[in-house]
Write a protein that binds this ligand. Structure first.
Ligand code: NOJ
Ligand code: CA
Length: 557
């Protein structure tokens, strides 16, 4: 197998800052590759499959959490930040994975979950055993309840996963006690980030992984770590999105105090060589607001969720791209681009939904929103062709390079997302984008492992999406992504100057990125292509007519 990489690319000249232009591939470890056959992906599985990612042409990988965790929220409930969960392997397995990735010229970003810990974290257990008002309680957000006997929660906040945001504990003496705050599941207790002890602890966690050689961190819930003083009541708008995105002063999202934390972390990373980077998972309504997370002394990147949430509509896309290319560079940061991740409906389904479906709610057999599969894949291929031409850094979620759709018909008793349970099965949640990915069509579990077990069932149609099938097909989505990544690299599109082109119909996106002209037909009528040799096309193009839901890259003849 030939790699487009060279390990020497890891030796970066000071200031060249790889993260400004990188294509970063998200690995969801439990669903990527399972070396020991227990049905859950693991670190040795990742190591064994890294060559495929070098072959695809990515610059870096980001791993969702693999640290010690009871797995109530698929690892986003961490009980020990400085060790690997036995489910995924050992620290030695991590070191081997990192060494292999670096040898292939691929950088490694790990997930850091600082907003909350698992209730199994030693600190939370100590807090439960200690008295109200103790230093142990002060690491989390414990409050007395309202009502005559403290039987009511301290405020009216609602958890992202459904239900209230407070859980009442039983004190060590057996009496009903205080309440603690959890933005997510009750097993995920929010830290009090105004506490210097919490701040110092996480500096240590950062150093632990930086010393092991990681290239950066994706920071979970980077918009939620500081809560407004006094914890005032708040009712979200009826059409709001539970992870943020409301254009409002939400007392637990986007509070100004979060920025002090990132300024502090920026200094910690700056102690290390090699351009280590912080990427914010911050769900904010606009690129301008998101850009506040990447001012020069804060984080290096922030996911562009306004872009991810934009529907397949030329005017809306033009606006969000224009705003992004203004807002991020205005603070000295690269724009970033993302279409899918482990929390949202895969874009091969989302872009052709027949009704709205808010982020994180997922779709199942009874959802009002249902995708039209062929249309979704066609739009996804066009959308990725647009995205990978845009200057800045782009994120790819495992399986999107295979054109995987959301899995809708997961049996109810196989579902695992806490959202499904906390909403009494009203919201399906995110399992449909987390199904283990297919590698070989004819192998057990499509090569995810050798035993055929998979923690979420894989649909029969996925044989057609297996990597070996797609690798042998020049028209497959995998072949499209490989070409896009190779040409993006060859034409330096990550750092290319960008200009919109005039003279096209309203539902056409037309722009220049470096020496490449990109034309995307987002409407339904065919579009006559301008002059230029077709370098990449998201669908076969007959003559000079660009069909609906198709994008091309053109080069001057
Ligand atoms: C965002 C993560 O991406 C998601 O999967 C998780 O459930 C929440 N944060 C809570 O950690
Ligand atoms: Ca395993």
């Amino acid at each position: 197998m030939t790699s487009t990489h060279d390990a020497s690319t890891l030796v970066t000249a000071p200031g060249s800052e790889w993260w400004r232009t990188a294509v970063i591939y998200q690995i969801y470890p439990r669903s990527f590759a399972d070396a020991n056959g227990d049905g859950i992906g693991d670190l040795p599985g990742i190591t064994a499959r890294l060559d495929s990612l070098a072959d695809l042409g990515v610059d870096a990988i980001w791993l969702s959490p693999f640290m010690v965790s009871p797995q109530n929220d698929a690892g986003y409930d961490v009980a020990d930040y400085c060790d690997v969960d036995p489910l995924f392997g050992t620290l030695g397995d991590f070191d081997a994975m990192l060494a292999k990735a670096h040898g292939l010229g691929i950088r490694v970003i790990v997930d850091l979950v600082p907003n909350h810990s698992s209730d199994q974290h030693v600190w939370f257990q100590q807090a439960l055993a200690a008295a109200p008002g103790s230093p142990e309680r002060a690491r989390y957000i414990f409050r007395d309840g309202k009502g005559e006997n403290g039987e009511l929660p301290p405020n009216n906040w609602e958890s992202v996963f459904g239900g209230g945001m407070w859980e009442r504990i039983t004190e060590a003496d057996g009496t009903p006690g205080q309440w603690y705050l959890h933005i997510f599941d009750p097993s995920q207790a929010d830290f009090d980030w105004t506490n210097p002890e919490v701040q110092e602890y996480f500096r240590g966690v950062l150093r632990f992984w930086l010393d092991r050689g990681v290239d950066g961190f994706r920071v979970d819930v980077a918009h939620g770590m500081i809560k407004k003083d006094g914890l005032p009541d708040y009712t979200p708008p009826a059409d709001g999105d539970s992870m943020g995105g409301e254009d409002d002063d939400v007392p637990y999202w986007g509070q100004p105090g979060v920025h002090d934390i990132y300024r502090d972390w920026h200094q910690v990373l700056a102690e290390y060589d090699g351009d280590r980077a912080l990427c914010a998972e911050a769900w904010l309504p606009t690129p301008d607001k998101t850009a506040l997370w990447v001012r020069p002394d804060e984080m290096h990147q922030a996911f562009n969720f306004p872009y991810l949430m934009t529907e397949w509509d030329a005017a809306a896309l033009r606006t969000v791209i224009t705003d992004s290319l203004r807002a991020f560079p205005a603070v000295g940061a690269p724009a970033t681009w993302v279409l899918s991740n482990h929390d949202v409906i895969r874009h091969a389904s989302r872009l052709a939904l027949t009704a709205d479906s808010p982020q994180g709610e997922g779709i199942g057999p009874d959802s009002a929103a249902q995708p039209i599969p062929e249309l979704g894949l066609r739009r996804a291929r066009a959308a990725s062709t647009v995205m990978l031409a845009l200057p800045g850094s782009a994120y790819i979620y495992q399986g999107e390079e295979l054109g995987l759709p959301e899995v809708i018909d997961i049996p109810d008793d196989a579902r695992q997302d806490p959202t499904w349970f906390r909403t009494n099965h009203e919201k399906y949640g995110r399992d449909g984008c987390r199904v283990p990915i297919p590698w070989e069509a004819a192998a057990p579990a499509y090569g995810f492992n050798t035993t055929g077990d998979a923690w979420l069932p894989q649909p029969a149609e996925w044989a057609d999406h297996a990597r070996d099938v797609e690798a042998a097909d020049a028209d497959s989505t995998l072949s499209l992504y490989r070409t896009l990544l190779a040409e993006r690299r060859a034409h330096l599109l990550g750092s290319a100057p960008f200009t919109w082109l005039d003279g096209f119909a309203d539902d056409v996106l037309a722009f220049r990125s470096g020496d490449v002209t990109v034309i995307a037909n987002v409407g339904s009528a065919p579009v006559e292509l301008p002059a230029g040799r077709i370098l990449v096309a998201s669908e076969p193009v007959d003559g000079r007519t660009l069909p609906a839901d198709t994008a091309v890259w053109l080069l001057a003849d």
